[in-house]
Design a binder for this molecule. Structure first.
Ligand SMILES: [Zn+2]
Length: 217
């Protein structure tokens, strides 16, 4: 492992420990389970994602934007995710980088996001847009009682890859138990790749669970 990567790994371990698990990148590695997560919804593909996941019979975790919920890009979106057995969590209100806001603006962004999503059974969860945060942002999120949910496996589905390439990238040989896999909801290629990605993981003995379940037991 490169020094830079080692430093990052140690920094993550320190954050997981010092926040008592309120910040996390992945689940325990002792069970053959993974969580698939989708950012940036709700949108025009949401219903297709929900149908595909229902056909596959697996739950996912959706990190959604308050603004899109309020604009009703998909009317009743939060209820639709929940009825599908999925976890819903926040991904900012406007998808602005937390690192570019003052502390007061960040608190207000998180409050607006929370009001748009409503009270959820897992408590308050957030994934900072672009995955970017600094020490000040961590302090603000934790003070507002957020669980900060990152990821350990990036499908890089934002780089224009075809569905076949995405299936190849997400083959079980490249995944380890406890992994949190990052995808994006507005992506047709991701949607097309999803059945094969899920079936390959299941064929290799992986159970797919929500992020909350991945971390709770
Ligand atoms: Zn995003």
């Amino acid at each position: 492992m490169q020094l830079r990567e080692r430093v990052k790994t140690v920094a993550k371990q320190v954050l997981v420990r010092t926040t008592r698990g309120k910040m996390m990148w992945r689940g325990p590695s002792d069970a053959r389970r993974v969580a698939i997560t989708f950012d940036d919804g709700p949108g025009e593909l949401t219903e297709a994602y929900l149908e595909t996941l229902a056909d596959l019979g697996v739950p996912a975790t959706f990190f959604i934007m308050g603004y899109y919920v309020e604009q009703e890009h998909l009317p009743g979106a939060v209820g639709k995710y929940l009825r599908g057995g999925h976890q819903v969590a926040g991904h900012g209100f406007f998808h602005q980088r937390f690192t570019e806001m003052g502390a007061r603006a960040l608190r207000s962004e998180l409050d607006r996001m929370h009001r748009a999503l409503g009270v959820l059974p897992w408590g308050k969860w957030v994934r900072p847009p672009h995955g970017s945060f600094g020490p000040r942002d961590v302090a603000v999120m934790l003070a507002l009682d957020y669980t900060v949910a990152m990821w350990s496996f990036d499908s890089c589905d934002y780089d224009g890859a075809t569905a076949d390439v995405l299936v190849e990238r997400c083959r079980p040989e490249r995944v380890t138990p406890g992994e949190v896999m990052l995808f994006h909801e507005a992506n047709h290629q991701t949607l097309a790749a999803l059945p094969a990605i899920v079936r390959n993981l299941q064929a290799d003995g992986y159970e797919l669970v929500t992020m909350a379940d991945l971390l709770s037991d």
